[in-house]
Write a protein that binds this ligand. Structure first.
Ligand code: ATP
Length: 360
């Protein structure tokens, strides 16, 4: 089901946790709410669920104003970070719970409930474990039971709050892939909270980047990664370097020299240049960024170098390609960003790549 969040404000006491948040979630979409701790992700999820009421604004489920509906009437499937399974119930009873507690006129027959629960356990690849108790399962298995339980009521919307947050990295990765497959098979409209950018970019159809109670950007993972609209988004979704630069007649200068990058349509003045450690090429000679390597570390097949570029700014990090991975500390390196973004204040003004060699 489609969910439309319109101009939501939520205050706790006098503190605004969300300010003027609007978001359209399409039917069948898998949307990730991504942001640092305290950015308002869980609050937004709880408002959609009906566990909190907005101070201002409206949430629509399809064409209906959901604020008039209770949590039960919204028919939500909810999975929390810390698996809230019933410890005294078997896996099968946990999955059947939402159907068993329905009023008699909406409750399927016992045999039908059992069949649905067993089908769901097969979907989440837990067939054969239906008689176990939660304590007899691994963390990953428990979260799969929690998801099966949430899906059993055929929810209008599935809401997942850091569902894999308590699991170790390997299990997390497996479950991520698995969740995407399950989503593609069942087609539930799903909203997923995470503070892990890799998880959001890998899993979601669209990512909603939040900061300080507001939405910074909404887009596909490619949009967000390739065209971050603000320094905050750029920095949050991947490793990044930033340098204070100056624009002069379309050329980007660092300290007292041009560095071979152009942003032709931009007015003169100060700006901040952002680039990622791997988006660089080593060059010979002048018209580039150059500095002294102050530290190095090996990461898989590549080498990451910390390079001190100027008197006033902290070192940047660059990633050398495997064939240059033998470069040593204390040597000089000269390089140029191959993909970069220029920001002024909070917004982006230009970007470039080696192919374009100019502003985007
Ligand atoms: P995390 O990743 O740490 O869970 P989050 O992005 O989900 O963070 P929220 O839990 O939505 O953030 O919190 C947003 C802001 O609202 C925070 O500053 C938090 O302290 C505040 N807040 C959330 N719930 C309440 C509450 N029940 N009472 C008072 N303040 C709250």
């Amino acid at each position: 089901m489609e969910v439309r969040v319109q101009n939501i404000r939520k205050e706790f006491g006098r503190y605004p946790a969300l300010e003027d948040v609007s978001l359209d979630i399409r039917s069948g979409e898998l949307v990730a709410l991504l942001g640092p701790s305290g950015s308002g992700k869980t609050t937004l999820l709880r408002l959609i669920a009906g566990l909190e009421s907005p101070t201002e604004g409206t949430i629509f489920f399809g064409d209906e104003d959901a604020s008039k509906k209770s949590v039960q009437q919204r028919n939500i499937g909810f999975v929390f970070q810390h698996y809230a399974l019933f410890r005294h119930m078997t896996v099968l009873d946990n999955v059947s719970f939402g159907l068993n507690v329905r009023p008699a006129n909406r409750r399927p027959q016992a045999a039908e409930i059992r069949r649905r629960a067993l089908d769901l356990l097969e979907l989440v690849q837990l067939s054969g474990l239906e008689k176990r108790y939660p304590a007899q399962l691994s963390g990953g298995q428990r979260q799969r039971v929690a998801l099966a339980r949430a899906m059993a009521v055929e929810p209008n919307v599935l809401l997942l709050d850091e569902p894999f947050g308590a699991l170790d990295a390997q299990v997390r990765k497996e479950l991520r892939k698995w969740l995407r497959e399950i989503h593609d098979r069942t087609g539930h409209t799903t909203v997923f909270v995470t503070h892990d950018q890799e998880e959001a970019l890998e899993l979601a159809d669209r990512v909603v980047v939040m900061s300080k109670g507001a939405i910074e950007q909404v887009g596909t993972p490619d949009d967000i990664y390739d065209h971050p609209v603000s320094p905050f988004v750029y920095g949050f979704i991947g490793q990044s370097n930033c340098l204070d630069v100056t624009l002069s007649r379309g050329e980007i200068w660092f300290e007292d020299r041009p560095i071979g990058l152009r942003a032709a349509s931009e007015p003169d003045g100060p700006a901040t240049l952002y680039f990622r450690p791997h988006d660089i090429e080593l060059v010979d000679g002048c018209g580039c960024l150059a500095g002294l390597v102050t530290a190095g570390r090996r990461v898989a097949g590549t080498r990451h170098l910390e390079v001190s570029l100027g008197r006033t700014q902290p070192p940047v990090e660059i990633e050398l390609p495997p064939e240059r991975a033998s470069s040593t500390d204390h040597s000089r390196v000269a390089f140029r960003p191959t993909r970069w973004k220029l920001y002024r204040g909070a917004g982006d003004v230009a970007r470039g790549s080696v192919q374009a060699q100019s502003s985007g």
